[in-house]
Design a protein around this ligand. Structure first.
Ligand code: NAP
Length: 276
């Protein structure tokens, strides 16, 4: 039997934690498979996906900045098509098939920590690819969403494509007013991400202790936003590492049809983060 090859494509790709996470899962389940990182420039994306298929690669993750462009080279499922981006390609059915597991990753963590999402007031910071994926899932669950983005047009566009959503700017006063009535705050911007880890769009003075604060940034695991949430007495704080693991777990299920060892995957990610 030939070893199965999986991987992640993106640019830059050096810091991706997906190889560590998936290789730990393969090892734990005794699968003869390997997961590698491939740096792929945007203008070579089509060749890379066609080449991966020809080489018999079993599956790929797709990351920044290729998630939207990759849609053109695969048959995407309905959810990924609506989101307008993919993060997973499965080659096992012959035609490259595209999926987006970011939204289900975030929804799984939220349900685990918060329970019922229906009727919850959710404020999402950002309107990029990850925000879109998360917003579509929460909207489908019956949450009431407000999108706050630096480029307001983008926030307006995302809000208008949802059932029950509005948009605001990132101005402090406006954020403060909305956070007062919010149940859940989700940061989907890269603000606070390594190496500019001392940044946050929301500080302790703007939060209340009943708020659930979820930062999808996972490097560092505890971002400045989450430290500010602690200062504000927030009880439910959710780290981006969990979403990373659950979106990876969803890709793993698509590729292998097997139940992924999520605890092993999370430990591998946390260990890699503590070493970086
Ligand atoms: P993206 O498509 O480039 O979107 C970035 C968003 O952040 C945009 O709305 C952008 O606003 C906003 N933004 C960027 N810099 C900002 C700044 N300095 N101040 C205010 N807003 C800013 O990126 P993405 O793919 O959604 O990823 C966003 C972050 O999520 C990254 O840090 C990524 O690592 C993380 N992520 C985590 C997971 C996970 O599993 N935990 C999964 C996916 C992504 P404009 O529209 O104004 O440009």
């Amino acid at each position: 039997m030939v070893k199965k090859v999986y991987g992640v494509i993106g640019d830059p790709i050096e810091h991706s934690l997906s190889p560590v996470m998936h290789n730990a899962a393969f090892e734990a389940l005794g699968l003869d498979a390997i997961y590698l990182a491939f740096r792929v420039a945007e203008h070579e994306l089509g060749d890379a996906i066609r080449g991966a298929k020809s080489l018999g690669i079993a599956g790929l993750n797709v990351t920044i900045p290729l998630k939207e462009k990759a849609l053109a080279f695969v048959d995407a499922d309905d959810v990924a098509t609506r989101i307008g981006a993919i993060n997973t390609i499965d080659f096992t059915s012959g035609t490259p098939t595209g999926y987006n597991t970011d939204g289900i990753g975030a929804l799984t963590v939220l349900k685990e920590r918060v329970g019922e999402i229906r009727g919850k007031e959710v404020l999402i910071l950002g309107a990029g690819g990850a925000a879109r994926a998360i917003a579509f899932y929460l909207d489908a669950e019956g949450a009431r969403l407000t999108i706050a983005n630096r480029t307001e047009d983008r926030a307006a566009m995302l809000a208008s494509s949802l059932h029950n959503a509005d948009f605001i700017s990132l101005r402090e006063e406006e954020l403060k007013r909305h956070i007062r009535d919010a149940d859940i705050l989700i940061n989907t911007t890269p603000v606070g991400m390594y190496p500019r880890a001392d940044a946050t769009l929301v500080n302790a003075g703007m939060m209340h202790s009943e708020l659930v604060v979820f930062d999808i940034v996972y490097n560092p695991a505890e971002t400045k936003l989450l430290r500010e949430a602690k200062k504000a007495g927030v009880q439910t704080i959710i780290e981006g590492v969990k979403m990373l693991v659950y979106q990876g777990a969803a890709s793993f299920r698509i590729w292998t049809g097997m139940e992924p060892p999520v605890e092993v995957m999370e430990s591998a990610v946390r260990e890699a983060l503590s070493l970086s």
